[in-house]
Design a binder for this molecule. Structure first.
Ligand SMILES: Nc1nc2c(c(=O)[nH]1)N[C@H]1C(S)=C(S)[C@@H](COP(=O)(O)OP(=O)(O)OC[C@H]3O[C@@H](n4cnc5c(=O)[nH]c(N)nc54)[C@H](O)[C@@H]3O)O[C@H]1N2
Ligand SMILES: Nc1nc2c(c(=O)[nH]1)N[C@H]1C(S)=C(S)[C@@H](COP(=O)(O)OP(=O)(O)OC[C@H]3O[C@@H](n4cnc5c(=O)[nH]c(N)nc54)[C@H](O)[C@@H]3O)O[C@H]1N2
Ligand code: SF4
Ligand SMILES: [Mo]
Length: 742
């Protein structure tokens, strides 16, 4: 199957809004050719007016993505037998020999459970799908997990528990049609900027028609436009949601027909919420009863309530319970499956949705299937031409469990692809130490000099978005074909090609003989037939020809631009066909503030930087927007801990200490401080926020509480640098960055 030819339209490779981009080659339309710092001509980008999700809009990251594509790339495989050696360049064949050898010896020795892969929502769907086929199918280990474990897994678990399946039921048109938008645990203005602008424009046009509620301990650019900002104490969301439910019931704002017809578990839920009186909730959340009552009344009286959430909800030790808590309110009021209403998780990464569809978490299989379900396993074993029993019946190791397995010396191969855990995982020193215990760490990366590369044995250069063809799905379930419009960098290869070649080398020749990613995609979409995420009618060809499409998209469906919702018939994919109320008591923070560590540190994002800065860190304009990481602190806390504005502070948790410059601001809640997640140890202004964070996680979703850890702050006299900054590892890797070798 040949790749379809297309013009240069694609989905933005940053956030899960999934805006359409139009890409322009260097010097397009008679303009002067712009070059990056290394002299390479740069592509430029602008909003694609024909993309139904974004209608021509982009934010500053999407608008500058062209500047990131060629700089600082890894261009050939590098290897060293042990971490104290320098990397040496090797050929791809040698690299794959090494990997194949390691896999074979591990299978013969400790067995498949000693192999694990940690992937990413920045894979294309084809990369994701073949990683599942390779690990869960061919190798017989479910040890594939993705950074979505740190991101969307509470949403996945919450949807699945409450509605019977994963899958955000809403669409972006709901932002234009809702009467009330409840933004809970999302800094939409900085993290999903194009959706925020859509809300903002509507608010300006029709201030009375749209009421905005923001629930966030901090005042953010998002809360600036709120009619009601509930600055709750960190980790008290579930109490708030139960408190709202109680008031809605008292106010007769519930939809008894919907509850009778389409739900189960209401009696237990009603009993639980009864105990959450307004006085108790207001005291616990640190808000006024009046505010609570106002928001409850809004929810009771309005047609069309849309809840939008992101990491302030998911990254909690009770993340799944909070997601179910949000869905409970929608079930209580029948606010789901109709225009302008529903629980709508804002996906973080550009293709975390595609990852979920392709089975990219340790408990999933492609097509929203579960490894624990015998029918699901045998469907895939048959489709993949593998003997019965090839797929293991128990979930594999989650991201953090992979770290623990390395600590115990149980992993012989850890393969990290398209994620940079030595910035983004919690408890970083523990992750580093664990990695030094693993005899072979492989990192598939587009760029040289990422933090994780410093602890790797084998580096594989990845062809990235723009250089490989594939599909991505955005938050509103819309799939966009992303063509290869630039040549591959150096000898880099798309991740799916590497997985396929390894599959063939390991003896699964039939299963992995693909000539194009279009073929991989066709195989994957066929497997979704009849599932909630049915996209059996989609192909690269159709998407390239007719533009982005929302699923469900069964075989034979006509392409269209109109938006759709799930569950408009009030039937849910549970065994009874009914959605389920969940009645859980709030637990609060896993590591609450105490006498020694009296402040709660929240770690989140800045508008102009993307995660670990491997891409956005290369754009001058974005660096200038946020020149350094800052600790945000309330004036009263600053006075209490003798911290001066713009002074240096030492921030310590049970796991370590770092320093950062301080911004004193009324916008943060007293008792809370905030740091950005972006600056890893290889950055000049290193600020390894995650060295301070703990890994304690939600027991259902296994998503760590990356939004809260207990810290203490003190004035600092000098900057504390990460140990790696004076180690020779940095030198060894940096040598590889000298232009002569690139
Ligand atoms: N500019 C930019 N945009 C991005 C990204 C990026 O790196 N940079 N990354 C993308 C990804 S992968 C993701 S997952 C999303 C994340 O998008 P968001 O979740 O919107 O971003 P964060 O800054 O991580 O956290 C959101 C908010 O949660 C609040 N919060 C903290 N604790 C609590 C709490 O207990 N309750 C409530 N209600 N709120 C709380 C924080 O104060 C913060 O404002 O952004 C995506 N978009
Ligand atoms: N404390 C705290 N920690 C957090 C968070 C938080 O809010 N607070 N957020 C969490 C969340 S939600 C997320 S999503 C994670 C994000 O954390 P990471 O996933 O670690 O962040 P990225 O920088 O996006 O890493 C992606 C890597 O893939 C590389 N890459 C890009 N394209 C390709 C490709 O096609 N193939 C390959 N092989 N590599 C490629 C990039 O260069 C980059 O190094 O961080 C998590 N960590
Ligand atoms: S809002 Fe997200 S998807 Fe859209 S241009 Fe910005 S980063 Fe890209
Ligand atoms: Mo994320």
């Amino acid at each position: 199957m040949a790749e379809p030819t297309t013009n240069h339209h694609s989905q933005c490779p940053y956030c899960g809004v999934g805006c359409g981009l139009e890409l322009l080659p260097p010097g397009e339309a008679g303009k002067a050719v712009k070059r990056d710092a290394e002299g390479t001509p740069m592509w430029s980008s602008r909003g694609d007016r024909d993309h139904p999700s974004s209608l021509g809009q982009v934010c500053i990251k999407g608008a500058t993505v062209g500047e990131t594509l060629a700089r600082g790339r890894l261009n050939q495989p590098l290897y060293r037998a042990s971490l104290d050696q320098d990397f040496q360049p090797i050929a791809w064949d040698q690299a794959l020999d090494l990997l194949e050898g390691r896999i074979r010896s591990t299978l013969a020795g400790k067995g498949p459970q000693a192999i694990a892969m940690y992937g990413s929502g920045q894979f294309h769907t084809e990369d994701y799908y073949l990683a599942q086929k390779l690990l869960k199918g061919a190798l017989g280990t479910n040890n594939f997990d993705a950074n979505s474990r740190l991101c969307m897994s509470s949403a996945v678990a919450g949807y699945t528990r409450s509605l019977g399946s994963d899958g955000p039921p809403c669409c972006y048109e709901d932002l234009d049609q809702c009467a009330v938008a409840v933004l809970i645990g999302t800094n939409t203005a900085e993290c999903h900027p194009v959706l925020f602008q859509r809300l903002l424009k509507r608010k300006k046009r029709d201030p009375k028609g749209l009421t905005i509620v923001v629930v966030d301990p901090r005042a953010t650019d998002t809360s600036r436009i709120a009619d009601h900002h509930l600055a709750i104490a960190p980790g008290t969301d579930l109490a708030l949601l139960h408190g709202l439910a109680r008031l809605i019931v008292q106010d007769n704002g519930f939809d008894s027909d919907f509850i009778d017809e389409a739900t189960e578990g209401f009696a237990a839920y009603a009993k639980t919420i009864r105990t959450w009186t307004p006085a108790k909730v207001a005291a616990l959340c640190g808000i006024s009863e009046k505010e609570l009552r106002q928001v409850a009344r809004l929810w009771s009286r309005s047609q069309g309530v849309l809840s939008l959430w992101s990491m302030g909800v998911n990254q909690r030790r009770e993340g799944t319970a909070v997601v179910s808590g949000i869905i409970n309110l929608h079930l209580l009021t029948g606010q789901i499956g109709k225009p302008g209403a529903g629980p709508f998780s804002l996906t973080g990464q550009p293709n975390a949705m595609g990852g979920r569809e392709a089975g990219g978490l340790a408990h999933l299989l492609p097509g929203y299937r579960l490894v624990s379900n015998p029918e699901h396993r045998s469907e895939l074993e048959r489709a993949w031409g593998l003997p019965e029993g090839s797929i293991q019946p128990t979930p594999g190791l989650t991201a953090w469990q992979q770290v623990e397995a390395m600590e115990r010396g149980e992993l012989d191969l850890w393969w990290v692809a398209a994620t940079n855990p030595l910035v983004s995982m919690p408890n970083l020193e523990r992750v580093k130490a664990a990695m030094t215990r693993c005899p072979m760490v492989v990192v598939s990366e587009a760029y040289a000099d990422t933090e994780t590369s410093h602890y790797a044995h084998l580096l594989l250069p990845a062809a990235q978005w723009s250089e490989k063809a594939g599909a991505m799905t955005n938050s509103e379930r819309r799939v966009t074909f992303c063509p290869a419009f630039r040549p591959r960098h150096g000898t880099s290869r798309p991740d799916w090609e590497v997985f396929a070649e390894l599959g063939r080398r390991l003896g699964f020749v039939e299963q992995f003989s693909y000539v194009s990613s279009a073929e991989v995609y066709a195989e994957f979409t066929a497997l979704t037939a009849g599932r909630v995420c049915d996209m059996s009618g989609l192909s690269h060809q159709l998407l390239a020809q007719h533009g982005p499409q929302q699923w469900p998209f069964e075989t034979g469906r006509e392409p269209s631009n109109s938006s759709r919702r799930l569950y408009s018939d009030h039937r849910f994919p549970t065994s009874s066909g009914r959605a389920r109320f969940h009645a859980e008591d709030p637990l609060g923070l896993a590591e609450p503030p105490c006498e020694m560590y009296p402040l709660v540190l929240c770690v989140g994002r800045y508008l102009g930087q993307w995660h670990t800065m491997t891409r956005t860190g290369k754009v001058e304009r974005l660096r200038a927007m946020h020149p350094e990481p800052r600790l945000e602190m309330h004036p009263e806390d600053a006075a209490r801990f003798c911290i001066e504005a713009d002074g240096l502070a030492a921030i310590s948790s049970r796991r370590g200490t770092l320093t950062a410059r301080v911004t004193i601001s009324e916008r943060i809640r007293r008792g809370s401080v905030f740091l950005p997640m972006h600056w890893g140890f290889s950055q000049d202004n290193a600020c390894e926020a995650n060295a301070l964070m703990h890994e304690l996680a939600c027991p259902v979703s296994k998503q760590p509480e990356l939004k809260a850890t207990a810290v203490v702050v003190a004035p600092a006299v000098s900057v504390v640098k990460p140990i790696e900054q004076d180690s020779r590892r940095l030198e060894a890797l940096r040598r590889w960055l000298s232009p002569a070798l690139r």
